[in-house]
Ligand binder design. Structure first.
Ligand code: NDP
Length: 304
């Protein structure tokens, strides 16, 4: 019975080994697996293509908060996403930074700097800016909590109707249309599911308020990058900060590298804290061994 640790991050591995040795000495960590039947727990960012060969797999732990890459996991195996409070905060801080960047037109000033072009525009203030957050989950709500005291007006869109203090909460297709029409900055923090794949297409961008900005930190496959390029080129979408891509690492020659008025970051809005990751997993393995309900278990039917 082993815990299969799939990661090339040496610091993360050392931390997991230290914490498992102290807390779960009966669960050995392996990084290379020769006998698929020995695997009881798996920790993975990109799992093997055929998970059905791990017949004794009891729980799969995702490295990430988003779990779209595990859709092929057999339905009876519990899937646990990573919910790390320090990482939630890290992503929410990225959102705050990017909302200011869009509101103050920073992506365009970066392009102007590269062109040696001195052109000043009247800077917007947070109080003039409505941020519309797609996905009012853990990260969306924390982002709203950080944005509001800075003066931003915040709206949010979710699958089920929510009530969040100080946030205009919307849901359903009409809710999306309304959010896009009122937002000066649209932030995507949605999980990738069949319902959200390709959501940001030409009609989505056309429904945005003219001159609004986009912050995309959900998952790359939610965005049609050719449509985003056209929207940025026309100026209908004024600027963007994008952290996630349909192919990662973003290959040389991908159009996202050269999107106009767009700042690209290499999927760094969040990063798992290795200690917290190991503690989360130890907590859940203990619960699993005691027959207790697991924490942060993904609803496989909803896909997140
Ligand atoms: P949660 O599961 O806590 O929240 C997801 C939110 O999205 C919920 O409000 C949910 O609605 C809403 N949602 C899901 N499907 C739909 C839909 N079809 N229509 C409308 N709303 C929908 O997730 P987190 O906040 O923890 O994380 C969100 C995503 O952020 C992750 O899945 C991942 O893709 C991305 N992420 C990116 C990182 C990065 O480094 N760039 C780091 C971490 C996360 P409801 O409340 O009704 O369920």
């Amino acid at each position: 019975m082993v815990f299969w640790f799939q990661s090339t991050d040496a610091q993360r591995e050392a931390m997991f080994r230290e914490i498992f040795a102290a807390e779960l000495p009966h669960v050995p960590i392996e990084t290379e697996v020769t006998d698929p039947d020995s695997v009881r727990y798996m920790f993975s960012w990109q799992p093997p293509a055929d998970l059905s060969v791990y017949r004794n797999l009891e729980v799969l732990f995702a490295v990430s908060a988003g779990v779209d890459q595990f859709a092929h996991l057999p339905a009876h195996v519990p899937l646990i996403r990573m919910v790390d409070p320090s990482n939630l905060r890290r992503v929410a801080e990225y959102i705050v930074m990017s909302c200011f960047a869009c509101a103050r037109d920073l992506p365009r000033y970066v392009a102007q700097q590269q062109a040696g072009d001195w052109q000043a525009r009247t800077p917007a203030m947070a109080a003039d800016t409505t941020v519309g957050i797609l996905g009012l989950g853990e990260i969306g709500q924390l982002s709203a909590e950080l944005l509001r005291p800075l003066g931003f007006k915040v709206a949010g869109w979710s699958r089920s109707q929510k009530t969040v203090e100080g946030v205009t909460c919307l849901s359903g297709p009409e809710g999306l249309t309304e959010l896009l029409a009122i937002s000066d900055v649209v932030v995507c923090l949605l999980p990738l599911t069949e319902a959200t794949r390709g959501l940001m297409d030409a009609s989505f961008f056309a429904a945005m308020k003219p001159g609004a900005g986009l912050v995309h930190a959900g998952r790359g496959a939610q965005c049609d990058f050719a449509a985003l390029k056209a929207a940025l080129e026309s100026g209908h979408v004024a600027n963007a900060v994008v952290d996630v891509f349909d192919v990662e690492p973003l290959p040389e020659g991908h159009m996202a590298w050269t999107l106009p008025n767009c700042i690209v970051t290499p999927h760094v809005a969040g990063r798992l804290d290795p200690r917290q990751g190991a503690i989360n997993i130890v907590t859940n393995i203990r619960r699993h061994e005691a027959g207790e309900p697991l924490l942060w278990q993904v609803d496989r039917a909803a896909g997140y």
